[in-house]
Ligand binder design. Structure first.
Ligand SMILES: C[S@@+](CC[C@H](N)C(=O)[O-])C[C@H]1O[C@@H](n2cnc3c(N)ncnc32)[C@H](O)[C@@H]1O
Length: 672
């Protein structure tokens, strides 16, 4: 019964989300609509999406404060419609009971709004409005009224008013400013609460403080701030034990959100369908003519170390690459170029497109990209390419929108970013390339061929939803939120996509601004959920390179076809990534312990029908370290045969792998 109720509640929320999204397509500068959708997202337990909407509402509400900024007129034109409706008590619900009375009273007197916030003249049927302000657009009054849920007593008069031209500031401007102020406080409330729910305590606290500067006694903001401090103290106790001194300035700021195919995502293909396989095999036939993509079952890897109690893990359908014909030892298996690349280096000694080194050193893959003569510089910006081919590909696929925007590449590069967050910087830079490609090519980000079929390691919606914070009552008093704060604001364990306010919300908008994209219009269809989906795919497939021996990785790329190759600690290919990703059949296989004992060297080469297996970690490491290293890319503990055997030996329990009973239907790596 309860399940049924929650199902219909979710269906209703999905419906509301759908309607609001459609309305936003008509009116992308309407902060009231963003706030309404943020509330719906909060209630659906998608805190990151709520933050994205509330942040845009905040930015738009700021626009009304500064007359000469980019979107001022468009925001005013939209919000003015609501203020016209104040005549009919049409205060948007999402802006009611937000700000403390004394703050509102001060604001009213500052804006000269008097006791009752309304335009000075109340319209009546039959009034002559010729001297009154009107409205400059052909907005359909009926549509506006419907959006706002208004019953208009004088519909025809109202329509006439809307259609009148207006010149500059008018009677409604103070009221619009007042609503912008309320929207700002509402945005801070929604952002701080939802940042808390994602586990981003630092940003949550600073947003609540920003709101409190404008409305110092705001009850909701004070409560949220208290919850953040409760969570902060709890986290500190967990990490450093009792007695540590709580310092809000050093609150953690990286959280987790859902990693899923959102219920409304119609872009995600069925990767295992015949149509997807045909599309992928067509692409693969060019870069790896001796191979094909097939569907196989792989184990869902547990994050915890396997123990005696670990039963055979559940499996799921995934993709892998297989040899169609024998490939001799040392021979080429795959050679793939990628334009989806990123570099956090500041120097120009790297190709802007493929990220190969053009400093004059030799390339391990045999491509002569270091030749000074072959380098090409963009005539209008500082980009340098290793070859005419790379230059042409850049012009064809992404360059226009970042050209002359030398600041663009620097937006995600933060010299003060901690070393252990180097990966985040690279993922952000990869996302910026996806944005540039999408805009340049006029294609949805999720439909780019480099993105569409990528593995995203998505968790079924039902698993995320089960653990979600259900809140009929959106106030911070909701018992779920309080309990979560008391537990240190750790998002549910199933939520595995790293999230931060700076990287997931602010930085992508900065990219768009730098590319001179109208972020409001652009984001209506390519919203935060799209950015999250791209992030999940990038995190599931990108490979990174270190430029200096001791440095963190500073170059990354997604090679969409190479990324279909699965991992094994006893791989049958070697890989090199210079200008291209190159896989070759191994000359000889890794010497396992038993090979060493028997003095055997197993020859390389791949048989027809054999799966191509690469490695995501340093093969020379002992099993525990290998598992540790590969955990991020595998999503759990590696269960390949080599790992299982070596772990069993390490535990002095050689029986482990033998007693691990295989599912006869399973063709996964652990049961070979
Ligand atoms: C880069 S993708 C490899 C291709 C992927 N199977 C696909 O369908 O596109 C990496 C993901 O494949 C899966 N994977 C790769 N090697 C695996 C292995 N040895 N055992 C289990 N899963 C593996 C993991 O889910 C991992 O997160």
């Amino acid at each position: 019964m309860a399940e049924k109720a929650s199902g219909s509640r979710m269906a209703a929320l999905l419906e509301q989300r759908e309607q609001l999204t459609e309305m936003l397509q008509e009116k992308p500068y309407d902060f009231v609509l963003y706030l309404r959708r943020a509330v719906v997202y909060t209630d659906m337990a998608y805190p990151d999406l709520a933050i994205g909407d509330a942040y845009r509402a905040l930015l738009l509400s700021h626009e009304l404060g500064y007359k000469y900024v980019d979107y001022y007129e468009r925001v005013y034109e939209t919000i003015r419609v609501y203020s016209l409706m104040a005549d009919f008590d049409g205060v948007p619900e999402v802006l009611r009971n937000v700000v403390q009375e004394q703050t509102l009273a001060a604001l009213d007197s500052e804006l000269d709004l008097g006791d009752k916030p309304q335009p000075k003249k109340r319209r009546q049927p039959g009034d002559d409005f010729s001297s009154d302000d009107g409205f400059n657009s052909d907005i359909d009054a009926a549509l506006v009224a419907e959006d706002c849920g208004l019953k208009l007593p004088v519909m025809s008069t109202f329509s006439a008013v809307l259609r009148r031209p207006w010149q500059g500031d008018d009677l409604h401007f103070p009221l619009c400013k007042k609503w912008a102020f309320i929207a700002k406080i509402r945005s801070y409330q929604i952002m701080s609460l939802n940042l808390l729910l994602c586990g981003c305590l630092g940003s949550a606290r600073s947003q609540s403080e920003s709101g409190l500067k404008d409305d110092p006694d705001n009850r909701e903001l004070l409560q949220i701030k208290e919850l953040i401090d409760t969570a902060g103290r709890q986290r500190l106790r967990q990490k450093c034990g009792n007695g540590s001194v709580y310092n809000p300035a050093s609150l953690p700021d990286r959280g987790f959100v859902r990693r899923e195919v959102y219920p409304w995502n119609t872009y995600e293909p069925d990767r295992c369908s015949p149509a997807s396989l045909a599309a992928l095999n067509l692409q693969l036939s060019i870069v790896a003519p001796k191979c094909e993509v097939r569907v196989l079952r792989l184990p869902v890897l547990a994050t915890q170390e396997p123990t005696e109690d670990v039963v055979v893990p559940a499996t799921r359908w995934q993709l892998g690459v297989f040899a169609k014909e024998p490939i001799a030892a040392g021979k080429l298996v795959l050679r793939e170029f990628s334009i989806l690349t990123a570099s956090s280096r500041y120097e120009a000694a790297i190709c802007h497109a493929c990220k190969s080194d053009i400093s004059g050193t030799n390339d391990a893959t045999g491509v002569n990209n270091s030749s000074v003569e072959s380098r090409i510089s963009c005539r209008y910006c500082s980009a340098v390419y290793c070859s005419e081919e790379c230059h042409r590909r850049a012009l064809d696929t992404y360059h226009d929108y970042v050209c002359e925007e030398d600041g663009f590449d620097y937006l995600a590069k933060d010299p003060w970013r901690p070393r252990d967050a180097a990966d985040d910087e690279l993922y952000l830079l990869l996302l910026s390339r996806v944005l540039a490609m999408s805009y340049h090519q006029g294609r949805h980000m999720l439909e780019l061929k480099e993105v569409k079929y990528l593995w995203g390691d998505f968790v079924p919606v039902a698993i995320n939803a089960q653990e979600a914070i259900s809140s009929n009552d959106l106030s911070p008093y909701s018992p779920e939120v309080v309990a979560m704060a008391a537990a240190g604001a750790n998002p549910p364990a199933a939520w595995s996509l790293p999230f931060s306010f700076a990287d997931s919300i602010v930085a992508p908008l900065n990219f768009m601004e730098s590319m001179k994209i109208d972020m409001y219009k652009f984001l209506v269809k390519k919203d935060v959920w799209v950015l999250n989906t791209v992030f999940a795919k990038l995190r599931g497939t990108a490979s990174a390179r270190q430029s200096r021996q001791d440095g963190p990785p500073d170059v990354a790329a997604v090679h969409p076809l190479w990324s279909l190759v699965n991992h094994d600690c006893d791989p049958n290919v070697t890989w090199e990534w210079g200008a291209r990703m190159v896989l070759r059949a191994r000359e000889d296989r890794v010497q396992l312990a038993e090979d060493k004992a028997a003095g055997v060297i197993r020859p390389g080469g791949i048989a027809a029908g054999e799966e191509i297996l690469s490695h995501y970690c340093d093969l020379a490491l002992p099993v525990q370290l290998r598992r540790e290293w590969a955990r991020g890319s595998l999503g759990g503990t590696c269960m390949c045969l080599r790992c299982q055997n070596e772990a069993a030996v390490e535990q002095g329990d050689r029986k482990h792998s033998a007693t691990n009973k295989a599912d006869p239907a399973c063709t996964c790596l652990c049961h070979k």
